[in-house]
Design a protein around this ligand. Sequence first.
Ligand code: SF4
Length: 700
Amino acid sequence: MKTLTSSCPYCGVGCGVLPQVEAGRLIAISGDPQHPANFGKLCIKGSSLHETTGPELRLLQPKVDGKTSSWDEAMQSFSTRLKAIRDEHGPGSIAMYLSGQLLTEDYYVANKLMKGFLASSHVDTNSRLCMASAVAGHKRAFGADVVPGCYEDFELADLVVLVGSNAAWNHPVLFQRLLAAKHARPNMRLVVIDPRRTASCEAADLHLPIRPGTDAQLFNGLLLQLVERGALDLEFIQNHCEGFDSAFTAALQTPSDLHQLAFELDVNPSSLTRFVEWFTGTERTLTLFSQGVNQSSSGTDKVNAILNCHLATGRLGKPGSSAFSLTGQPNAMGGREVGGLANQLAAHMDFNRPEDIDRVARFWQAPAMSQSEGYKAIELFRAIDRGEIKALWIMATNPLVSMPDCEFVRRALSKCELLVVSESMAHTDTLELAHIQLPATTWGEKNGTVTNSERRISRQRPFLAPPGEARHDWQIICHLAQALGFDQAFSYQHPHEIFLEHARLSAFENDGRRAFDLSGLCHLDQTAYDALEPIQWPVNAAHPKGRARLFAEGDFFTPNRRARFIPVTPRAPQQTLDPEHPWRLNTGRIRDQWHTMTRTGRAARLLQHRPEPFIEIHPLDAQAQGLDNESLAQLRNPQGEYIGRVRLNEGQRPGELFVPMHWTRQFSAQACCDALIQPVCDPISGQPESKQGCVALQPL
Ligand code: SF4
């Protein structure tokens, strides 16, 4: 029996795991007591990993136009068809859609090929659906996409404010760390700001069930209160920030009177007052935010409204005192590091700085460097529908289920002249539409790195043989690149070589003004890469063992090294209720499932918690609609429909519904909740408004 260390493939907590392998199969899994994310703990998803792996249900061989083929035939067909489309229609006619499930090394070569060698920046990712608003908010405020704090802050804070996050279910091990700290220090307070009364509220000292979409009003109102109560850190503002006056002026549109603000937020005035008192009076305050903030048509502004309050109090990057974005996927952060979003370049460089484009092009010796940003996810699928993008390569994700208005996505994909899908599983909704199917390796087989929510890079190590003819994503990308004639630039033999190049690019002409810096890892040999311990970037001469916190002393990554306050004018959700669609629809994860259930759906014990699609509704609403617990109901709007089992929940606000995001058409034709979400986005981040749909409700 062999025991190795690796990291969990599910959420952004990034727990270390110890897989136990016997006779080529994963037979047990436990938490890695040495890993600083989890110190040996795992949630039920992580501890069930051995029940969800194995060669069953895997895609084992390439297929071209429905026929099993060899790798050489498949890649020959792929490269010939891609080249023909690019030659005839130009580089803007080809695109990639990636995933936060990919490893950093996979992401790196995908971006290098598309942005540097094929001159197309239409490379976006499913991370657009979860983290894009946090990225944009960080960049506006800090000049770089940097999370200022670390997990230790969860234990050191005296006040933890959880905004738009059910961490008890979605970041369970971190939530357990928080609860353990609260148990050890009973004076530590937890406030949950969420329209729903979720499992995270059970341990909370205060729950503010705000009206959906009003987060920016709340934090603008808090900024006014910080001024009124003399809680500003004037020295920090003066020495390290700019733009306070305009942010304050914009906030003045929000009622400064707490009773009036409570009315707008639809919360109890005394609860709101208590929150304001706690926030203004607690130096060690940590605000955690997640999809309830990001998945909004004004998500970036909401992020900045939160960051404004932390800048105003100088509570950033200090022990127990920070603002912290909880990442959804295991490598959403790593994807951002290598330019996995259509508006980014590698190593956190950007298309809006010509010197960055030039620097990346010189480093890659790129023959065809793209010069401007590409389409973000929703726009990318619209461009396919218009016929502008004709060839799409999807890796490790299932947009037919996860994108808003998934029926539109189906129509768009069916128009592709060439749709290639790299996938580990044999049956997904998206794979069925592919002209070319490519079997990819998955967790347990792959070798590389991921970065978790606290900027910590961890190794994922291989301990299972790839089944059938499955190959690593970076190998498949290099195979295509070589077939297109780019042999030398894509001749990697091992992910270690890719990681080194990635680290060297981060250090290339970096005068300390670029946040993402792995110069301290530029000289790892393969043995050191294989043995790499979890480490938080930046890793450089000043911080050879990585850096837990940034910005306590200012020194931001803007040109003048000052953080920016951003004026925020609150905006209502774009999906508006009407008499025919009067129910506000919230979507999200449940405790024991991951994304579209291709893996977690295989474990019987993970299906016990919530075995089928459901609709949560307040009991009084249910009664008025003639619905009981366990009855069936249908949700409908012009985009689509959804059928689920009714679950009565007093934690739902009246007039609002919650449905899980996991079930797919493979379960039933009406199981996909994203069919109901309009593809409206935040204008800055391009992140869809997945939390504020509008539907009709009908008993069945
Ligand atoms: Fe995996 Fe997240 Fe659970 Fe940790 S908390 S075991 S990373 S799913």
